[in-house]
Each structure stands twice: as structure tokens, then as C-alpha cells.
Design a protein around this ligand. Structure first.
Ligand code: BGP
Length: 486
């Protein structure tokens, strides 16, 4: 029987380029779709909290740049990681992480997405960043696409709706394998594959109110992403034999509201529809029958090309990965509720407490989900995101007391350890937003996940200085004793 985390377990931290890097117009970078998301300063706090950020459409995003642009477009400044990475990586090394998960920004490598040659300055940035990590013995877990594509691809081709985007994406990924390959230890072609369904703007970069046949368009985009994913795995395995290329979903652990068989059946359907479909295609290499049945029922018709089925079946993932923040409850009796944040939220579970943003905290759900995913695919697993978004207070003496975050981490890591003892082949844990970054849903700095505090507010004001929270010392200790912590 295993006793706990294996030697060499990859304790780490995760961020995404659009939420951290800033420098949206430096180093030859093109505009990407997250650079265009903005909040309207006129909104009430409640409105912002409900994630009513506007989506790009038509003329809105073509408006001339003004001085206060970075205020209204938080993703354009992030935490300016682009210009601070050296001091930040030094802090990461002090924290003791073994792996950094970050995303590469497509628009930094190919500013327009369809350029003939890559932007050398963009490639150099990642060479420097990854070398800096290696200097401290920190491995690199690179997400190839985390929610943003070059704007030009949306304007000129319709983004993922167009099959041509597959070729642009595979060319981009191939450039990364060729130029950065020996500096990356784990690859993830797409962040949260199911985001395309629950958050189409982020996931497949669709503009909601402009789509007449919205759901059909989403599944068409997703099909193109599945093919892009498989062709990327093919290219990666050819260029870098033995490379580890994974598939990720946002995992909504699903419970039935009661033991009524109808609720249990509903849970199975919800689970297939919101979770399994995506990993099933990537890990098993084909569309499952239950989704074909769903397509039939909803009259969804997607265009596939001859050869697509073979591309999917011949190029499956090497490991599974998921983000886990909360569990959901399925029932035939009520509809779904939406809460703040970029993830959908299910009906209330009376046994669980919620975060300030209404996300239900469920550490045991993490053990359940690890067991389910490992049982289903028998592939190594990565917990690619997990953490608590909360409002922190920076004290006058530079300390931040965040016992709620320590409690969240402690309880989730304890359950992860149980899953390892259950037999799950767990590769690592990259805590989400371990340095404060702009939150993805509400687009605010005040929803903080980090063990490192960044002095920036929702309007982008502040010194941008980094401070260690109490949780920094806790996580450091946890890593030092390989998760064997009370
Ligand atoms: C995941 C995304 C991340 C991150 C996280 C927390 O779905 O992959 O980018 O944002 O959710 O969400 P939020 O920032 O809305 O709290």
C-alpha cells in the first residue's frame, strides 16, 4: 500500500499568460481576444460580481486606444509578469515549487495567427523565462492555448468556426515543439477543453449574440479543436519522441440531488455532457455514443471530414489533467444556477460551504474525482488547477493573514493524498494563481488565489510589489515535507 505522495511529486503553481503577463503591446505581440475583454467602470459592484463582462462584438473593440485603456482592460496589464519574471521566478524558487504551469501566448509567437514567420522576440521571451525556471530546478508545464487567440484570426477567418484555424494552430504548436521543445517537460494543447461549452467566449472565442445557430457553432468549433489537439499530439510525438502531452477539462464533480433513480440518471447525463465527453474524445480517440444521441435529439449537425475519425483515434493524450474548484448537484427538479466567476455553478449542496463568490468548497470531491478519472482512463493524472479565490488584506507591515486559504489547501491536499493511497497515479499539483493575477471571470484583482500577494487593485493601481502571505510559508512547508503536513 502506498503511504502518500511519491518521491519527485510535482508540487507547483499555475498561471495563464493573459491573466499574468500584461505587456500586451510589447515585444512584437499582436492583440489577442482577451486583450479585448473589458469591464465598464459604470457597472455596479453587484453587476461585476455577476460576471456580466461584455464580450467583443462589432465596432466596440475597434474603439481608439485611450490613456485609461489599461484600466478598462485588466488583461492588458495583468501583473506585468512579462517584465517581472526574473524576480518572480526567484520567489517561486524560494517557495520551493518543482513545476511552473504557464501558458504561451499565441499572439506573442504569431502576432496575427496567420503570419508566415514567428516573432523571434516572442520566442526569446519564453526561452528566457523557461531558462530562468531551470536555473532553480523548476520544471515547465506549458499550456499552448489558455483562452486567447490572435484577434486577426477571429476577424479574418471567424476563429475556430473555420477549419483553417486548425492549420494555424498546428503550425503555432509545431513552432513551439521545434523551438522550445527541450525546455518544456509537460504540454497541454488546450486549457479546460469543456470551456468551449460553458464559456464559449473564452473556450472557442465565439461572440455569443452574433451567432444565429449558437449551440451548433460551439460544437463545430469544438470539433475543430479536437482535430487541432490530435494533430498537435501527432506533431509533438514526432518532433519530441517520448514527450508528455495531456488533455484537460474543468472538472465539475457531479452528485445526484437524491437517490431517486431519475436524479442519478440525470447526474450521469450531466456528467457525460459537461465533463466526460471531452476527455473521452481525447483519451479514447472517438466521439462517444451518448453525444451522438444528444446531437440527434438537439438536431446538432457538425461537419466532419473524411479522415477525422482516424486522426482522433491515432493521436490520444498521454495524461489527463483537470482544474477543480467545486462540485455540482444534478437534479431533474430544478434548473442550473449561475454564480460569479467563469465556471458554471450548480444547485446548492446543503452539506457544503461556499466561497465569497458562491463556489462550493468540497475537498472530498477532489478525491472522488481523482478516483473517477483514473478508473476511467488509467492514465497518469495532473491536478492542473485548484485554489481559493478570496479578498485578502495587505497589512501596514506587509503581511497578509489568510487562514481561509491555508484551510482550503490543507483540506484539498489531504484528500489528494488519500487518492494517491487509493492508487491514483498522480503526477503533480499546480495550485491555481499561486501568485495573484487578474481573475478570469469577474476580471478583478480583488478575487485573489495567490500565496504571493501583488499590490494592484481592480483599477490597476498600486505599487505592483509582491508580498508573502501566511499561506506562502504554509505551502513552502507542505512542499518541503512532500505533502505530509498537518
Ligand atoms: C479556470 C481558468 C483559469 C482561472 C480559474 C479561476 O477555469 O482556467 O484561467 O481563471 O478558472 O476562475 P476565476 O479567475 O474566474 O475565479
Amino acid at each position: 500500500m502506498k503511504k502518500g505522495f511519491p518521491e519527485g511529486f510535482l508540487w507547483g503553481g499555475a498561471i495563464a499568460a493573459s491573466q499574468a503577463d500584461g505587456a500586451y503591446n510589447q515585444g512584437g505581440k499582436g492583440l489577442d481576444t482577451q486583450d479585448l475583454r473589458y469591464f465598464d467602470a459604470a457597472w455596479t459592484k453587484e453587476e461585476r460580481a455577476m460576471y456580466k463582462n461584455r464580450r467583443i462584438n462589432g465596432e466596440k473593440y475597434k474603439k481608439a486606444l485611450t490613456d485609461d485603456d489599461t484600466v478598462h482592460y485588466p488583461f492588458r496589464w495583468g501583473i506585468d509578469f512579462y517584465n517581472h519574471y526574473k524576480e518572480d521566478v526567484k520567489l517561486f524558487a524560494e517557495l520551493g515549487i518543482k513545476v511552473l504551469r504557464t501558458s504561451i501566448n499565441w499572439a506573442r509567437i504569431y502576432p496575427n495567427g496567420d503570419d508566415e514567420m514567428p516573432n523571434e522576440e516572442g520566442i526569446q521571451f519564453y526561452i528566457d523565462l523557461f531558462d530562468e525556471c531551470h536555473k532553480y530546478g523548476i520544471k515547465v508545464f506549458a499550456t499552448i492555448l489558455h483562452y486567447n487567440i490572435p484577434v486577426n484570426l477571429v476577424e479574418k477567418y471567424g476563429g475556430w468556426k473555420n477549419r483553417k484555424t486548425i492549420d494555424f494552430y498546428v503550425k503555432y504548436a509545431t513552432t513551439l515543439f521545434e523551438r522550445l521543445g527541450n525546455r518544456v517537460d509537460y504540454w497541454l494543447p488546450f486549457n479546460e477543453f469543456n470551456a468551449g461549452r460553458f464559456n464559449p467566449y473564452n473556450g472557442v472565442c465565439l461572440v455569443e449574440d452574433q451567432e444565429p445557430d449558437y449551440v451548433n457553432a460551439i460544437f463545430q468549433c469544438l470539433h475543430h479543436q479536437f482535430i487541432a489537439n490530435a494533430l498537435t499530439i501527432k506533431a509533438g510525438h514526432e518532433i519530441l519522441p517520448g514527450s508528455m502531452i495531456g488533455g484537460m477539462i474543468a472538472r465539475f464533480t457531479t452528485y445526484p440531488a437524491t437517490c431517486h433513480p431519475d436524479d442519478v440518471m440525470q447526474m450521469i447525463l450531466d456528467d457525460q455532457y459537461s465533463n466526460w465527453f471531452y476527455l473521452d474524445v481525447m483519451a479514447r480517440g472517438k466521439y462517444p455514443a451518448y453525444i451522438e444521441r444528444y446531437f440527434d435529439k438537439e438536431n446538432i449537425q457538425i461537419k466532419k471530414e473524411a479522415g477525422d475519425d482516424m486522426i482522433l483515434s491515432e493521436n490520444t493524450i498521454d495524461f489527463t489533467a483537470f482544474s477543480y474548484y467545486f462540485s455540482q448537484v444534478s437534479t431533474t427538479k430544478q434548473g442550473w444556477e449561475k454564480t460569479a466567476g467563469n465556471l458554471i455553478m450548480a444547485n446548492k449542496n446543503p452539506y457544503l460551504e461556499t466561497s465569497e463568490w458562491g463556489w462550493q468548497k468540497d475537498p472530498v470531491g477532489l478525491r472522488i474525482t481523482l478516483n473517477q478519472i483514473y478508473d476511467r482512463y488509467q492514465l497518469p493524472v495532473f491536478v492542473a488547477e485548484n485554489g481559493l479565490g478570496a479578498k485578502d488584506i495587505l497589512e501596514a507591515d506587509g503581511t497578509v493573514h489568510d487562514p481561509y486559504r491555508i484551510d482550503y489547501l490543507k483540506t484539498h491536499i489531504a484528500q489528494m493524498k488519500e487518492a494517491v493511497i487509493d492508487g491514483v497515479d498522480l503526477l503533480g499539483y499546480t495550485m491555481w494563481g499561486f501568485i495573484d493575477i487578474v481573475s478570469c471571470g469577474p476580471m478583478e484583482m480583488s478575487k485573489r488565489y495567490g500565496v504571493i500577494y501583488v499590490d494592484r487593485d481592480d483599477e490597476g493601481k498600486g505599487t505592483n510589489k509582491r508580498y508573502k502571505k501566511d499561506s506562502f510559508y504554509w505551502y513552502k512547508k507542505c512542499i518541503e515535507c512532500n505533502g505530509d503536513i498537518e
